[in-house]
Write a protein that binds this ligand. Structure first.
Ligand SMILES: [Zn+2]
Length: 146
C-alpha cells in the first residue's frame, strides 16, 4: 500500500511549512489526486489519519480533489464523454484516435493552519493564501509531486 508512504511524505511537507509558524496547528491539507496517479483516495485518507493519529497533527483533515483524466481528439479537438475508468478509442465525430490529457496530478495544493493563540493573527485566510502562493510558485516542473 504505497498510500502510506505518500501520506508520510505529505505530512513531512506540511510539517516543513508549519515550522515557519511556531505553535501553529495543522487543520487541513488539500491535495489534488489524478485519476491516473495510481492513488486510491480512500486509502490515502485512511493512511493520512494513521500517520497523523498520535502526533501533533492528530485530527488534521485531508481534503482530496479528484482530477479526472480527459480524452480529447487531436484532429478535431472534441472532448469525449466517458465513464470513470472507461476509455474510448476513437473520436465520435471524426474517428481519430483519442488522446488522454491530465489526470496524473499528485500535488499538495494548500494548507489550512491555525496559528498559535499568542500570535496576533494574520488570519487563517492569510495562511491559506501563503500556501496557495507557494503551490503556485512551484507548480511548474511538478515540484510538489510526492
Ligand atoms: Zn475528432
Amino acid at each position: 500500500m504505497h498510500e502510506l508512504a505518500l501520506a508520510e511524505e505529505l505530512l513531512r511537507v506540511c510539517a516543513r511549512s508549519l515550522a515557519r509558524h511556531p505553535g501553529a496547528r495543522l487543520r487541513a491539507a488539500r491535495v489534488a489526486v489524478g485519476e491516473l496517479s495510481a492513488v486510491e483516495p480512500d486509502l490515502l485518507r485512511y493512511a493520512w489519519e494513521a500517520v497523523c493519529a498520535h502526533g501533533p497533527h492528530a485530527g488534521a483533515e485531508l481534503r482530496i480533489e479528484w482530477h479526472a483524466a480527459q480524452q480529447q481528439c487531436p484532429r478535431c479537438g472534441a472532448h469525449a464523454e466517458r465513464e470513470r475508468g472507461g476509455w474510448l478509442r476513437g473520436c465520435a465525430s471524426c474517428g481519430a484516435l483519442l488522446q488522454i490529457r491530465g489526470g496524473r496530478e499528485l500535488e499538495l495544493l494548500d494548507l489550512e493552519i491555525e496559528l498559535a493563540a499568542s500570535q496576533d493573527a494574520p488570519s487563517c485566510d492569510a495562511a491559506r493564501d501563503r500556501g496557495r502562493e507557494k503551490a503556485a510558485e512551484s507548480s511548474a516542473p511538478e515540484e510538489n509531486r510526492v
